[in-house]
Structures are given as C-alpha cells and as structure tokens.
Design a protein around this ligand. Structure first.
Ligand code: HDE
Length: 706
C-alpha cells in the first residue's frame, strides 16, 4: 500500500517556497502545499482542517474511493450546487459600488431623506445589463441596457430600476412575458442567442403597434453603446414626489453621463463581440481601477397635474416621453462609481433590485407597466435567490437601522430578539409603525368600473416614433435604416417583413422606402391601420440624438497606437502625453506582445499583439511605424484590418509618414480625408486630439457606406 510522507521535501527544488507556502511531494508523486506563516490552513465548510486537498480517500492507491471521505463529498456537493437560476431578463450584467450626493434641499417637492442634506454621500450599487441574452452572452448585442441603481438611503433602500432608453415596448405589464418570449431564443430550436434579428421577435413587434416608438430607439445607436459610462439612464415611468404634507409633484428621472453620449456602429459591434465579448464590463473595470470614476447627474423632469392634463400624451403611458425641450431636466445630484465588488457572485449576481423599493417621499403613478413591475420583482427574487430572506444578504440589506417581525424561513440570518414577535403586544416590546415617519401613499381619489380596457389616451403609437426619427442627424437616421434592414433581412417570413414596412410608412415614408428597397420589396404595402392618425407637428428634439449630445472632449476614451521595431519613440511619447492631458488613455499594439525596439534603441512594451488588439477596441488609432516595420506588416491580415476598420468606422487616424503603404494595402489610399492626420509637425498632435473630440468623422460615411 502506498503511504504518504508529510516530511519536508528532500530535493532542493521541492524546498522552494511559493508565496509563503511549502510545496512537498508525497511518495505517490502528488504535490502538497503546507500552510506556513500567515497562510491559513484549508478547512471544510465546518472548519475542520484539511490534510490533503489533492487526493480523495481511497482503498489503496488505485481505489475505490471511500464514502467516508467527508471532505471530498462536501467539496463536490457544494460545487454541484454553485449555480442559481439566471435572471429571466437582464441576465448578463455588471455592477459597481459608489455613492450619490444631492446638490440641493428638495424639501419643497419631496420629503425623501436622500434629498435633504446636500453633499452627504448615500452609498449606491449600480448594475448595468443587456436584456435578452443569457449570462454568458456578449456585451455588444443590439439591445436595451439595464441601468439599475440601488440607493441605500437613511430611510430604506430606493431602487431606481431603469434602462438606457426612456420608453418601453408595451403599455401593460400583462404583455411582458410575450415580448420577452418573442426576443429570447426560439423555443423549438434554441437560437438565436442575444439577438432580436429573428422571426419571433419581429412577428410579435409587427403585431404590436404600441412598440413602434421603442423600436425606433432599439434600432438606433442607443442599443449599441460604446461604454456603460457613455449612456443615459431613465426611470421610464412617471413617479410621484411627495412633500411633508403629501402634496404631489409628478417626476421623471434621468441619469446624464458626465462624459457625454457615445455609441459604436453595427459593423464595429459585431467585430467587438468577437474580439472582446466582455468589452463593456472590461471598460468599467478598467476605468474604476484606474481611478477614472464614471459619473452621472441625476436630473428630474417635474410637472404638476395641470401639465399632465394638458400634455399631448398620457403621462401614464410608458411608450411616451416628455421632450426635454418641453420640460427641462433639472440636475439634483450626482452618482459616482468608485469601487468594484469584491466578489461578482455575492454582489452583482445576488443583488435584488425591486421597483417597489421606494422611501418615504417617493411614490408610484398609476402607469400599468410600473404597477405590474411592482409585483414581478419581488416574486422573481424568491425564485432566483431561493429564500424570502434574500434581504439578509449584505448587498440587499438596508444600511440604515431596520426593525420588523418577519422571521424564520430558509437561511434566516437574524430573527427578532426577545419574546415579542407580534404586535400589538403587552410586553411593550418591539417596533411600532409611525404614520408621521413611515411611507405614505399619495391619497389619490379614485373610482371606476372594473374592466380590462386600454385607455383612449394611450392610442397614438406613431407620433413620437416619428418625432424620434426626425430628431436624429442624417447619419443616425441612416443607422436606423441599416439596423432595420439587417434585422428584417434575418426574418425568413416575408409577410412579417412587409408588416413592418407598413408600420414604418406611418413613421417616415422615406425610411420605409429605403428599408423596403434594401430588402428587395418592390411593391410597398399599405400603411398599417393607425388607431389615431400619426401627427407630424411634433418638433424635433435635439436631446434625442446621440451625435448632437457628444462630449466635445476625448476624456475617458482610448487610442490604440500601432508600433513596430524602429519606430519613433519620441513621437509615441508625445502622443501619450497629449492624450494624458486630455484625460484619455493610450494602449500600444505591436506585432509581438513582447513589444518593440524603437529607432533610438529604447524598448516599448505592448498591451496587445496585433491580432488581439484590433482597432474596433479603440476610439481612435495612431500608426507610428518604421518603413521596415510597415513593410513587414503588409503581409498581415490583422494589420490590414486594423487600418481598414478604423477608417470604415469613421475613426480619426494619426500616422507617421512611414505608414503610407498600410493605407495602400487597406485599399483606402485614394480616400484619405481630414480625419487621417499626418504627424509631421508639432501642431499635428494637437490637431489629432482636437479632431478626436468629435469622436467620429461621420461625413466619411458617404464614402465608406457602412
Ligand atoms: Fe424589468 N425585470 N420588467 N424592466 N428590469 C427584471 O427582475 C419586469 C422593465 C429592468 O440588474 C426582473 O431581478 C416586468 C422596464 C432592469 O438585477 C423581472 C416588466 C424597465 C432589470 C423584471 C419589466 C426594466 C430588470 C428579472 C414589464 C426599465 C435588471 C430579474 C412590466 C424602466 C435588474 C430581476 C438587475 C429585471 C420584470 C419592464 C428594467 C422579471 C414584469 C420598463 C434594469 O422582475
């Protein structure tokens, strides 16, 4: 029988200490790490020290394995149960900690504690997500992004569970399972994953005219954001603020990113998904690790009943927004994300957002979508987290004092202490309600007949869709047309494609014709029946466009610099210094990840080998190469794509003179424009940075036809 020795290893190599641990080899050849110094001893979950974590307990060296091995059984048992159900929607997400800071006292509008002491920090946790894909899907799906914020206020958790789009597909929560089933993989075949480009989705949408406004947003660049850091968040529904006397002001919540808005183009998104499926989460991780903390302003659109009664649309209809030109958003505070979770599962996966989490001073409206959500979020947490006691998890627990008589259940981590667990009681024990401090609902007078009716005031499905389209720049309108074409080209059933064209005719006939033409539909269908004639008198709203709301700064963006052996090191340094001054980042891409030897003999380390650092990962690029280096790159497909894609995606390109052959090879030499900047003078770097502030040279689209 093979016996193991635990004595110190005899050969010098086995004596080596790795991170304060001793490696030793049993005479069966297996390696043991012995805990020494500060390294703790491995234990079972019950605290029993473990002697061997490499070999199960067997009869003899070759088995069988003994049931008696409690450590083995516990380890495998726990592993077998590691997975919990993923979220039924918004499964793929990424979270970060931070804080909220109010600018002013808002007591005139709300008694919510979070808005009473300007400058005080309220801890926050934010989870960004895609909607349709499963947990392991890619980040740059064409999809809505979740923007869920948990604010741990002194009067309980306030969850503002929003999206990066201010309207929704449906008007009544009872339709939520239908819209989600339609976008998820088709149930018979189990695909496509994280994509709306398939028959079921467009079938449902084309049979659901109320979705048309949202569809315009989802087909716009809003659905392919460059970073979580560069997108807006919206509470979507109308909520109420209640002051100390329960006087109500209607409110819509908007998060505005400090770094401005930015999206990618579809051709780029598809390639990013291959090059880095974690593009968005890596971006947030990197920014926070680098101390470049993302920040948003919380803005409120405030209005009263008189405005609600006079507005063109029903303020309870979640397929409508209130244009910012009609009610200007007022900044009331800022949200800063400054810390990543210690553990993804414990925090990002187990966080439970619930729309019904509102503190005193904030209340719901009668939006039927919001009311349905108020049921769904609690219900889903029990399924997902397995116990009514999910509020005991640190990420979900309030950070203010809390007292109640809820007890027991699976995994109860704290129960009421003492004899009283009910009230009223004769022991004068335990908490009591307080109508002055507690959450009070707005005392709205209501009466009506029970019915399953959709209000007439929700009937206009096209006017704001048209307003959204009219508010876009020509480039953004082109992207919408291309997105619709792409999506509908994946629909195999012709009647569904045609049905969508009939809706588009009610939104913009030019758009309908362009999409129909690209789909090869020669005879336009009749416009869809509209419950209410679409209006064409709604003025364009600049706030709806991304390009019109660019940052005018390159801060927070990233340039990929392609270098080769023999390149000009001082030029690389100058570009880096200029980018740092702008608050932007630079990453080096080289033929080998080991880096290059510059012309002056210095070493330049690389972040990426060229195959692993395609230009789609950057906001702009620079080609700082030697003549020899350029010559050698000509044979590499990755180098050609680096240049061709940067150009096709309308990015600004700076280059040393020696890069010219790369333009030839990429087939763009004849098309070079003002966005391609030769680094041949001291002012050229400044010119490059100033150009980059525009983010993209959209006029190039007329040449490259994305
Ligand atoms: Fe959600 N939604 N939703 N939703 N939603 C969920 O809750 C639901 C809607 C949103 O990062 C689920 O914990 C219904 C609108 C975000 O953990 C579930 C309806 C908006 C997240 C649910 C909607 C959202 C969710 C699944 C129609 C923007 C991710 C897992 C009435 C204002 C939160 C979970 C996170 C998640 C239900 C519509 C935003 C099933 C019934 C509109 C950001 O409860």
């Amino acid at each position: 029988m093979a016996r193991k020795t635990k004595s110190a290893a005899s050969s010098p190599s086995m004596d080596a200490r790795v991170h304060d641990q001793v490696l030793t080899r049993g005479n069966g050849g297996e390696l043991h790490q012995l805990a020494t110094g500060d390294t703790p001893v491995t234990t079972t979950a019950h605290g029993v020290p473990v002697s061997d974590d490499q070999n199960s307990l067997k009869v003899g060296a070759r088995g069988p394995v003994l049931m008696e091995d409690f450590h083995f059984r516990e380890k495998i048992f726990h592993f077998d149960h590691e997975r919990i159900p993923e979220r039924v929607v918004h499964a793929r997400g990424y979270g970060a900690h931070g804080y909220f800071e109010a600018y002013d006292v808002l007591a005139d509008y709300t008694r919510a504690d979070i808005f009473q002491r300007p400058g005080e920090k309220t801890p926050a946790f934010v989870r960004f997500s895609t909607v349709a894909g499963s947990k392991g899907s890619f980040d740059l799906a064409r999809d809505v992004r979740g923007f869920a914020v948990k604010l741990y206020t002194q009067e309980g958790n306030w969850d503002l569970v929003g999206n990066n789009i201010p309207v929704f597909f449906i008007q009544d929560a009872i339709k939520f399972p239908d819209v989600i089933h339609s976008v998820k993989p088709e149930p018979d075949r189990g695909f496509p994953q994280a994509q709306s480009a398939h028959d079921n989705f467009w079938d449902f949408i084309s049979l659901t005219p109320e979705a048309m406004h949202m569809i315009m947003w989802v087909m716009s660049d809003r659905a392919i954001p460059r970073s979580f850091r560069f997108m807006e968040g919206f509470g979507v529904h109308t909520f109420r603020l209640l002051d100390a006397e329960d006087r109500s002001t209607f409110v819509k919540f908007i998060w505005k990113p400090k770094l401005g808005l930015q999206s990618v183009v579809w051709n780029e998104a598809v390639k990013i998904n291959g090059a880095d499926p974690d593009f968005h989460r890596r971006d947030l991780w990197n920014a926070i690790q680098a101390g470049d903390y993302p920040e948003w302003e919380l803005c409120v659109q405030l209005f009263d009943q008189a405005f609600a009664d006079s507005f063109d649309f029903d303020i309870l209809d979640p397929t409508k927004l209130i244009p910012e030109e009609i009610i200007a958003p007022v900044p009331v505070g800022r949200l800063v994300l400054d810390r990543m979770p210690d553990n993804f599962f414990a925090e990002t996966e187990q966080v439970a957002f619930m729309t019904q989490n509102v503190p005193p001073g904030i209340d719901f409206s009668n939006d039927p979508l919001l009311q349905g959500r108020n049921f769904s979020y609690l219900d889903t947490q029990i399924k997902r987290l397995g116990s009514t006691n999910f509020t005991h998890l640190p990420i979900n627990a309030p950070k203010c004092p809390f007292h109640h008589f809820q007890q027991d259940g699976h995994m109860a981590m704290h129960n009421p202490a003492g004899r009283a667990n009910y009230q009223p009681n004769s022991w004068a024990a335990g908490p009591r309600e307080d109508p002055r401090r507690g959450h009070r609902a707005f005392p709205e007078e209501l009466e009506g007949t029970k019915s399953r009716l959709r209000p007439e005031s929700f009937a206009d499905h096209y006017s704001q869709a048209r307003q959204f389209f009219n508010s876009q720049t020509v480039h953004e309108q082109r992207h919408i047309a291309m997105a619709l074409t792409f999506e509908l080209s994946k629909v195999e059933t012709p009647v569904i494609r045609e049905r969508m064209i009939s809706h588009l005719l009610n939104i913009d006939p030019g758009l309908a014709e362009t999409v129909a033409d690209k789909l090869g539909i020669t005879e336009l269908p009749a416009p869809a029946d509209a419950a209410v004639p679409p209006r064409d008198d709604l003025p364009a709203s600049d706030a709806l466009s991304i390009i019109k709301n660019g940052p005018d700064s390159f801060a927070g963006r990233k340039v990929g610099v392609l270098v080769t052996d023999g390149c000009d090191a001082s030029l690389v340094k100058k570009v880096q210094a200029a980018l740092e001054k702008e608050g932007a980042l630079m990453e080096i891409v080289a033929p080998k990840v080991g880096g290059v030897t510059a012309g002056d003999g210095s070493h330049i380390g690389a972040h990426h080998m060229i195959d692993g650092g395609p230009s789609v990962l950057f906001d702009a690029v620079a080609l700082i190469v030697s003549a020899d280096g350029a010559e050698r790159l000509l044979g590499e497909a990755a180098a050609r794509d680096f240049v061709a894609d940067a150009f096709a995606h309308c990015k600004f390109i700076a280059h040393s003179a020696e890069a010219a052959p790369l333009f030839e090879k990429a087939g763009i030499a004849a098309d070079l424009d003002e966005g391609v900047i030769a680094l041949d003078s001291a002012s050229a770097i400044t010119q490059f940075i100033e150009s980059c502030r525009k983010l993209r040279l959209w006029s190039r689209e007329d040449v490259v036809k994305l």
